[in-house]
Unconditional design. Structure first.
Length: 167
């Protein structure tokens, strides 16, 4: 029996996977960009750490802590996106509109983050990669999260079952 509680748990779990996929997409994109541009992707992870913990930016734990912080925020964002989008959009329209809404929301979050919050909290962070690269990063997060939301709800062709019970 599917209860309201089990639907909520499935929605949170879906959001966790959406956030993980989006967070990994951003890490891969930034690492690829920094490698091509001749930079060091670790500097971005250090910048994330510096934003929250300025005193440990140069320590040995700065990079892994930055990745942990990034992925934690990504999971929280994935859960929020899943809950908001699924509560706003009727299921009949979600398959067509949901990816656009997810990418739009994440682009808006990027704008607030890079134009308002980060310049006030850690102005150096916004200079680590060009704005266009960071925006592409957030759009890739949106694409990965939207695909995850679509995939988890898509029935398996061979069995007709839904992936919600599998993941």
């Amino acid at each position: 029996m599917i209860t309201k509680k089990s639907k909520s748990i499935n929605l949170v779990r879906t959001g966790v996977f959406a956030g993980l996929s989006g967070g990994v997409a951003e890490i891969v994109w930034i690492a690829l960009y920094k490698n091509i541009a001749g930079g060091n992707a670790a500097s971005v992870a250090q910048g994330v750490t510096e934003t929250l913990f300025p005193n440990i930016q140069s320590t040995a734990i700065a990079v892994p802590l930055g990745i942990f912080i990034h992925m934690s925020i990504a999971v929280a964002l994935g859960m929020a996106i899943a809950i908001l989008v699924r509560s706003w959009l009727p299921r009949t329209e979600a398959k067509l509109v949901e990816p656009v809404v997810v990418i739009g929301l994440l682009s808006a979050i990027w704008a607030v983050n890079f134009y308002l919050i980060l310049p006030a909290v850690n102005p150096a962070f916004v200079t680590l990669v060009p704005y266009s690269v960071s925006l592409i990063s957030k759009v890739l997060f949106g694409c990965a999260a939207a695909l995850t939301l679509q995939f988890i709800d898509r029935p398996l062709k061979a069995t007709g079952r839904n992936l919600k019970g599998v993941v």
